[in-house]
Each structure stands twice: as structure tokens, then as C-alpha cells.
Unconditional design. Structure first.
Length: 333
């Protein structure tokens, strides 16, 4: 007897808000590629989220193209997965309104990212920045995913998406699937190479603090050589040695070796040797992505073909969920 087993569904998005970093790669994107083989995946460029902070129009447009090209360069395949741009599927904004009216001001006020970002962009604390997690909940819930792969910093936003979905289902009947976060064991929080107490972020003004996925080999190795570590020695993970611990996390996330295997491999070696080794494995991992990206980014018509097809596929799914939600709330459709 032939039985078709339905694949579990996965959804995630990434903002086109600058150069994507090794943090984005290890915390989120590396998993996307792996998940594509096993799950029914939908991945989007979250361009609507990007304007919660001020963007220069021409730069935003070019970053949307480059983020989409990077998704393809990572090995995401538009034949296997649905790869699209968030703003091309209007149901994201539309569902966001329905969900906003079912989300409390108080629960949004607890979001730590809002607190951080509003402090950082004090001249532009807009309503969109505040309600950002509701749009993110809409992104997720439209596709009824089982898993949402993200870095550890997004855990709180996923919890709120689950709360919103549960409340909506309770009030109006079953519409949404309650998604599970999928956070990698190593690499979920990659720290700055210059200040290991801060997360690695592309918006850090000190470019030595972060490695871009598209940095060339020499730049990557130079940044790791300059990485801030304490004055001790010994490649050992510990709370007191955050700089070296961050490098161990990166090394093991890239190579797939465990922390103790890594410690054993570098037993007796100094920080200098280890920094060089981390730089080399990272450069080796990222080189093929950069090569593929350089090919793709010059072919705008191919990118357009893929993202239009992706949006058509995505909208078919999104529309169904959106109308079901509208109907349950009482709209005439
Ligand atoms: P910014 O750094 O400008 O605030 P961001 O990189 O956090 O932005 P996104 O580009 O939307 O924001 O993040 C995309 C994905 O990368 C998310 O899943 C996020 O959890 C993950 N991510 C971002 N930074 C890190 C990091 N330092 N370590 C691990 N994962 C990260
Ligand atoms: N806010 C997310 C990006 C994002 C996202 C999503 C992630 C927007 N919509 C839906 C997962 C699912 C961030 O990573 N900064």
C-alpha cells in the first residue's frame, strides 16, 4: 500500500537591512539549507519589517535583491522551497491588522527588542517598530508552520506569535497552527568579535566586530586574528572567558565538532593558532556562497523570475488562511 506522508512545514524570514553576518548565518540561515531537505519550507525576505527603522529607498531596493540572491546562493532551491519577498504577498499586512486588534498593548510593551531598538533609534520610535512582532506573527501564522528556525534573540517574538495564535483560536475557532521555535544548539547567539558581551550585529559601526557572509578570505582571517580575547591562554569554554568561548562556539557551529572535541583538538595550543584556525574554517565555509552570490546578483531577470513565482506560490497558501480568519471574525467575504 502506498502511503503519502505529509512533510512538516517550516517558515522563516530575514530582514534585508544590511550585510548579513556570520551570526545570521549560524543562528538561522545554515539551518534553512538543512531543513529544506526534510521539510516543506517557506522562506521570505522580510522587507516590510526593514522600514521599522529609517531606510534610504535606493539602498533598501538593492538590499532586497541582494538578500534574495543570498538565499539562493546559500543553496535554497526555488523548486523545493517557496522563496519570496514579504511585501509581494499583501496578506501579510492584512492579517497583521486582524491580529493587531487581538493583541494587547501591555504584551507588546514587554518585548526587549523594542526596548533596545527604540533606545538606539530614539529619533524614530514609530508605531511600526512597536507592533513589529504582530507583523512577524502574521508572517508565521499564514503558512501554518510546525517549526520556525531563528536565532535565540527571536525567541520572545515567537512566544508572542504562539500566544496570539492560541488566543485567536480560542476566541474564533481553529484557524492557526501553534508553531514551535527551532533554535540551533550551537551558534544560536554569536557574539561581537570586539565586545563578546554584545551580540554580533550588522548594525555595529565597528566593522571588525562582525564578519559578513560576503567578506573575502583575507578580511575574514584578519577579523578573527584581531578578535578580542582575555589575557589568559588555553582553548577552554568558560563564563569568565567570553571572547574565547565565542570563538569556540563559532568553530564548533561551523565544523559540527562538539565543544569538548574542539577543546581537545586545540589542547596545548595558544590563542593565536586557534584564531587562525577559526578564521580558516569560516572562510572555507563562506567562500562557495560568495562565489555563487557574485554570479546571481548580476542576473536580475533570473532573480525576478524566481521571486515572482515564489510570491504566487506563497499567496495561494496565505490567501486561504487569511480568508478563513476573516470569516471567523465575522467579515462578509
Ligand atoms: P540587527 O543586527 O540589525 O538588529 P538582526 O541581524 O538581528 O538585525 P535579522 O536580519 O532579521 O536581524 O536576523 C535574522 C536572523 O538571524 C534571526 O533569526 C536572528 O535570530 C538571527 N541572528 C541575528 N543575529 C544573530 C547572532 N548574533 N547570533 C545568532 N543568530 C543571530
Ligand atoms: N524579526 C525577525 C525577522 C522575521 C521573521 C519573521 C523570522 C520577520 N518575520 C517570521 C521568523 C519568522 C528577525 O529575525 N529579526
Amino acid at each position: 500500500m502506498c502511503e503519502t506522508i505529509e512533510k512538516k512545514k517550516v517558515l522563516s524570514c530575514i530582514q534585508p537591512s544590511g550585510m548579513l553576518t556570520l551570526g545570521n548565518y549560524l543562528g538561522a540561515l545554515k539551518n534553512w539549507k538543512m531543513m529544506q531537505e526534510e521539510f516543506d519550507c517557506t522562506f521570505a525576505v522580510a522587507d516590510l519589517h526593514a522600514i521599522t527603522v529609517r531606510q534610504e529607498p535606493a539602498k533598501l531596493r538593492s538590499q532586497i535583491y541582494s538578500t534574495y540572491a543570498l538565499m539562493l546562493a546559500l543553496g535554497l532551491n526555488p523548486e523545493k522551497s517557496t522563496l519570496f519577498i514579504q511585501s509581494h504577498v499583501p496578506e501579510h499586512s492584512q492579517l497583521s491588522w486582524l491580529l493587531s486588534c487581538n493583541t494587547q498593548f501591555g504584551e507588546m510593551s514587554r518585548m526587549t527588542q523594542f526596548k533596545d531598538k527604540s533606545a538606539k533609534h530614539a529619533d524614530n520610535v514609530n508605531v511600526g517598530l512597536f507592533s513589529y512582532p504582530v507583523l512577524m506573527a502574521a508572517d508565521i501564522l499564514l503558512y501554518k508552520p510546525d517549526f520556525v528556525p531563528v536565532g535565540a534573540d527571536q525567541k520572545q517574538h515567537l512566544e508572542i506569535a504562539r500566544d496570539i495564535a492560541e488566543r485567536f483560536n480560542r476566541l474564533y475557532g481553529d484557524v492557526f497552527t501553534i508553531p514551535e521555535p527551532y533554535i540551533p544548539k550551537t551558534g544560536a547567539r554569536v557574539m561581537s568579535l570586539q565586545d563578546p558581551e554584545k551580540k554580533m550585529s550588522k548594525s555595529d559601526d565597528n566593522t571588525n566586530a562582525w564578519v559578513a557572509i560576503l567578506d573575502d578570505r583575507d578580511t575574514i582571517i584578519r577579523k578573527f586574528k584581531r578578535a578580542v580575547t582575555d589575557s589568559g591562554s588555553g582553548v577552554i569554554m568558560s563564563d569568565e572567558k567570553q571572547g574565547i568561548s565565542n570563538l569556540i562556539t563559532i568553530y564548533s557551529a561551523v565544523t559540527g565538532k562538539s565543544v569538548s572535541e574542539t577543546e581537545k583538538e586545540f589542547d596545548g595550543k595558544g590563542y593565536g593558532d586557534f584564531k587562525l584556525a577559526v578564521g580558516e574554517v569560516v572562510a572555507d565555509e563562506l567562500a562557495p556562497i560568495r562565489e555563487k552570490y557574485n554570479e546571481l546578483i548580476t542576473d536580475k531577470s533570473l532573480l525576478e523570475k524566481y521571486f515572482r513565482e515564489g510570491a504566487d506560490k506563497a499567496e495561494k497558501v496565505a490567501r486561504k488562511t487569511y480568508f478563513k480568519a476573516m470569516k471567523k471574525v465575522g467579515f462578509v467575504i
